[in-house]
Write a protein that binds this ligand. Sequence first.
Ligand SMILES: *Cc1c(COP(=O)(O)O)cnc(C)c1O
Length: 449
Amino acid sequence: MTNQTLASRDLSVLWHPCSQMKDHEKSPLIPIKKGQGVWLEDFDGNRYLDAISSWWVNLFGHANPHINAALKDQLDSLEHVIFAGFTHESGIKLAEQLVTLSPPGLERCFYADNGSAAVEVALKMSFHYWRNKGQTQKTKFITLENSYHGETLGALAVGNVALYKETYAPLLMDVITVPGPDCYNREDGESWADYSTRRFALMEQVLQQQSDGCCAVIIEPLVQCAGSMRMYDPVYLSLLRAACDKYQVHLIADEIAVGFGRTGTLFACEQASITPDFMCLSKGLTGGYLPLSAVLTTDKVYQAFYDDYQNLTAFLHSHSYTGNALACRAGLATLEIFQQQPIIENNKHLAITLAKVAARFHEHPNVVEVRQTGMILAIELVKNKQTREPFPWQERRGQKVYQYALSKGVLLRPLGNVIYFMPPYIITAEELELLAVVAWQGIQIAVQD
Ligand SMILES: *Cc1c(COP(=O)(O)O)cnc(C)c1O
């Protein structure tokens, strides 16, 4: 088997996610034979440094010995069982730990099987909570400009990335979209905190006027990842938490991408010392091994559903693979690694190294901003640094960086004209340097006419 034979078989039967399949006439699919640590290896023996953690899910490398061993053990006792009326040890233990590790006040764990499904669960639970409380006028959701919460229709509706959303607009529920705190747009010399605070006034205004008809505000804490890795200050979260209390709407924190150490703390909400009413987790939850998601919520929310069956207040939502035992065990093994090693502390040093290797990009004539939050670093390319005029999206400059990097053994997957590094936490300083060198060269090629 070679790359070519597999790629051609693939192209005759498969349809890949988030892809224009016609692109593969020019840029070949890459069949991966195995993964080891931060490296992927294809069928022709080429290796690729996985700088994007395989779509932000992998934390401790491919074929991680600890997670592998846990899964083999789980496989010999229980792979899966219906999670209604039945339960299992891995599901219980993982929930106990998530409740312990998450911000104080989150005391209940509801499982689903992917990030979008977790967002759907949180939206439905919030709406249903108010309904159970007799507040049937609360039907709307407030979301931020440039946000992303997944691809299913409910999650897509509360997102705001036009590329994914616009086509389906006629199918989507109506939401209230508020200008966001994205610090790319701050004035010269204005701090992240000042800008985020200033922008909060727009949210407060909407809450003041429309909270009566609203169930919840949904946000991605600190980093809008799919929205070009745009970042903001934790002060926005503190202000939002206080306002949600004041105006009686829920706060849904979508930590699907930023949870599990990405931003420098185990959960991004910790940086503002807030507890959301709902916290959505997925991606890193299983260390990048298996699809699983969780929605954590408060006892107050849980109690609003707890009643005699005949009162029809129960949350009758399910997925066939809810609480899958293998996935829960991978989640437990992932949390064990956090407990056995000083991961958060190590990441502080790694983030400093990341900043150092990326320092060269500040001076690049086509780089308008290098921004970083913990283990996420983004480099924004523009046509004109002074006017901030972007490259026309049709030119697909980021795609050229992608192609070049692959040819040099690095997997980057830019979001439009934003190149970012979001590596597994086991990456070394040398590997980070390699990333930066290859990205630099790729950018040099991509910005040529
Ligand atoms: C990836 C992502 C989702 C969707 O998760 P899927 O598992 O891809 O459905 C939702 N919210 C955020 C912030 C994400 O990054």
